[in-house]
Design a protein around this ligand. Structure first.
Ligand code: NDP
Length: 304
């Protein structure tokens, strides 16, 4: 049986640490770290993500605001809003919830946020600093994965780590963070010829593809650590018999369930550590966004 890496517990520990530091900052400086989120349009999933970020801010004592903009805004409208937030002394972190409507130039928008307030870590300056191993704001999910590994006592130095998926949001930054921790890193993607060859020798396997059941039991190394980033919603009609039984209550109450990219029931007995979905990487993303906001606030206030 593998040790379950509990993202809820680890993220809650991190949020408690942030809350304590925030109380100290408010006591000494009289200012709360502040996060501003720009939400464009009516995407239901985006609304849920933004509301969860807002709740996270409340939990740790940050000031936060959501700036809602209509679906049909122009790139210039969004840039004007970012310009205001860049200049606002009470805003220490800015993020624009993705995806954006098609008419908006995403790169222009992300590059308009000053790197010091870019708490998503997507600005090319922050990405470049990550490559150059300089202090910067790191994309939250990737930073969360490293925290899950470190706080579970998993050794990174000298380990063989395989990253499946090379997105700008997860795969690429995670690869760089692993490398910075002296892991030997292999990156796999859609053109990788023999995925199994690269996954089955990995001491640490991280999977971020959005492909359910991609990783099967014959693709993992015995005793390894498996981090499943994927989030896939499976409806009752598409579920196999094992999943129908395992997630019976989800199907009965919601008609669907969430699974990762790893065939959890078959892989779990073979490996040493594994993250569940949900309750693994997911909760870490918000915790690390809050940590980035705290870091940005401390820098902008001259504390660090
Ligand atoms: P992207 O779609 O941007 O990237 C997916 C990556 O997986 C691509 O690099 C793609 O390669 C690769 N890939 C797809 N199919 C295969 C395959 N069969 N074999 C090998 N590689 C493959 O997704 P994201 O990185 O944004 O997200 C990945 C998953 O993680 C999604 O399910 C998403 O919902 C989830 N996620 C979860 C978060 C959390 O907080 N838990 C946060 C962010 C994402 P190529 O580009 O070459 O096609």
């Amino acid at each position: 049986m593998a040790i379950l890496i509990d993202g809820n517990k680890i993220s809650s520990d991190i949020k408690n640490e942030i809350k304590q530091e925030t109380e100290e900052i408010v006591r000494t400086k009289g200012i709360k770290p502040g996060l501003s989120v720009i939400l464009v349009g009516e995407n239901p999933a985006s609304k849920v993500y933004v509301s969860n970020k807002q709740k996270g801010c409340d939990e740790v004592g940050f000031a936060s605001e959501t700036i809602k903009m209509p679906e049909n805004v122009t790139t210039e409208d969004v840039l004007a809003q970012i310009d205001k937030l860049n200049k606002d002394k009470n805003t220490h972190g800015i993020l624009v919830q993705l995806p954006l409507p098609q008419q908006i130039d995403k790169n222009k928008v992300l590059e308009a946020i000053i790197p010091e307030k870019d708490v998503d870590g997507f600005h090319p300056v922050n990405m470049g600093k990550l490559v150059a191993q300089q202090d910067c704001l790191v994309p939250a999910t990737a930073a969360g994965i490293i925290q899950l590994l470190k706080r579970s006592g998993i050794n990174l130095k000298g380990s063989n780590a395989t990253m499946v998926g090379h997105s700008e949001i997860v795969g690429k930054p995670c690869t760089l963070l692993l490398l910075n921790e002296w892991a030997t890193v292999t990156i796999c993607h859609i053109e990788t010829r023999d995925l199994k060859m690269h996954t089955k020798d990995a001491d640490i396997l991280i999977v971020a593809t959005g492909v359910p059941y991609l990783i099967k039991e014959d693709m993992v190394k015995e005793g390894s650590a498996v981090i499943d980033v994927g989030i896939n919603r499976i409806t009752k009609e598409k579920a196999n018999p094992d999943l129908l039984e395992w997630r019976k209550s989800d199907f009965e109450t919601k008609g669907a369930t969430l699974i990762g990219d790893v065939d959890f029931l078959k892989v779990e007995p073979k490996v040493g550590y594994i993250t569940p979905v949900p309750g693994g990487v997911g909760p870490m993303t918000i915790a690390m966004l809050l940590l980035n906001t705290l870091k940005a606030a401390k820098k902008l206030m001259g504390i660090i």
